[in-house]
Design a protein around this ligand. Structure first.
Ligand SMILES: Nc1ncnc2c1ncn2[C@@H]1O[C@H](COP(=O)(O)OP(=O)(O)OP(=O)(O)O)[C@@H](O)[C@H]1O
Ligand SMILES: [Mg+2]
Length: 365
């Protein structure tokens, strides 16, 4: 295996701007990384035999990078400000033509915006709860949307803004929650049908064959673009789907409302039961696989991602809640890390698998 010099890019919580737009909710910056998470990725890349230079992905990133001879960046930057903040570091890297792991500017910007993601999913006939975006909180409720509705920020992650109050059972609760989200997070609120049911997440590693650099993709030459003829089977040769991880929230205190809230994700992460592979039928597993791959490709994700689902207990149908192209990668803790482990892919193999997927995509191996 070739050895590479890798710039590990991160936005640490301790480096988050101290200013901000007035008072911030308690869970602001919850998405940002801690030293433990970054340290784990660094160790894993070193265990893969690579040289690693870590740096904060801030406004001075290009200047810092110019001091080194870097082959590829391992990007974990969540960004600080702006509706498309996860795509800021990748946009800088694109400017200087530096390869980086994970999705590109477009997929990161799209996936951070949940309503925009849902529009794309719907275009591809992929199931996601019916929804409405509120910009002021005064808009009339769209026809066809029924209570209970679930209200969350449009452009956050790590359960930010998700509490038991997210479930709105009438117009009064809806207005209150929508206005709170808009005012506290300074962004539109997403209201969607509340899905009562099991909570599952799917991890993916790799790429669709048609995104691989030509010399790394022999199968494409043989099979046209690989898309039409071989379907899911051919896709899965280069894009691995880990078994479904179920997050059983039943042990979590009742005040979290049976939801995967920011409190559960941040403080009580040891409380839910994580079942992987989730006990689902063969047919459900096949459906989850298919939907995950389709969502990954609909957004043109690269190298890895996690797709969150709820299974509607009324209909038994799995519905996509959101796509996470920059899924957390903390050793032993993050959902995709647990799902990979359950599939025999340990932490070092997962991190180096993401790196290798990117290297292959750029034709560097
Ligand atoms: N429509 C819904 N119906 C029921 N529960 C929902 C719905 N949308 C979100 N939730 C609950 O809120 C949690 C967080 O929602 P979601 O995954 O959309 O947000 P997130 O903060 O971006 O998450 P992540 O940490 O995965 O980035 C879900 O895991 C689920 O428990
Ligand atoms: Mg989620």
């Amino acid at each position: 295996m070739k050895k590479f010099t890798i710039a590990l890019l991160y936005n640490l919580k301790i480096n988050a701007p101290k200013d901000g737009n007035g008072e911030k909710p308690w869970d602001a910056w919850n998405e940002l990384d801690n030293e433990k998470s970054v340290g784990g990725i660094e160790r894993a890349l070193r265990a893969g035999g690579h040289e690693v230079i870590g740096m904060e992905g801030d406004a001075n990133l290009l200047q810092k990078l110019s001091h080194y001879k870097i082959d590829i960046a391992f990007n974990t930057c969540e960004g600080h400000r702006g509706g498309s903040r996860e795509s800021q570091a990748p946009a800088m890297l694109d400017q200087i033509g530096m390869p980086y792991t994970g999705s590109g500017v477009m997929a990161l910007a799209l996936a951070l915006d949940k309503p925009m993601t849902k529009r794309i999913l719907r275009f591809h006939h992929l199931p996601t709860p019916p929804f409405q975006t509120f910009f002021t909180g005064n808009e009339p409720l769209a026809a066809g949307l029924d209570y209970p509705l679930f209200v969350k920020p449009s452009r956050e992650g790590s359960g930010m803004g998700v509490t038991a109050k997210s479930v709105c059972r009438n117009a009064r609760e809806l207005r209150e929650q929508v206005r709170y989200i808009i005012q506290a997070y300074h962004e539109p609120a997403l209201a969607e049908e509340f899905i009562e049911g099991r909570e599952l997440t799917m991890g993916l590693l790799g790429n669709a064959p048609w995104h691989l650099a030509p010399r790394a993709d022999e199968s494409r030459k043989a099979n046209g673009n690989g898309r039409a003829r071989n379907g899911l089977k051919a896709l899965k040769e280069t894009l691995r789907v880990f078994p479904p991880l179920e997050v059983d929230l039943s042990p979590v205190p009742a005040e979290e409302g049976g939801l995967y809230t920011s409190v559960v994700k941040g403080k009580l992460y040891e409380v839910p039961k994580y079942l992987c592979p989730a006990p689902v039928s063969k047919a459900m597993r096949a459906q989850l696989d298919k939907l995950s791959v389709a969502a990954f490709n609909a957004l043109e994700c690269f190298d890895f991602a996690r797709i969150d689902f709820r299974i509607d207990q009324k209909t038994g149908a799995p519905l996509i809640l959101e796509v996470n192209p920059l899924a957390g990668l903390q050793e032993g803790i993050s959902d995709i890390v647990m799902a990979a482990e359950a599939d025999g892919v340990d932490y070092v193999a997962l991190i180096n698998g993401i790196l290798n997927a990117a290297l292959q995509r750029y034709g560097m191996i």
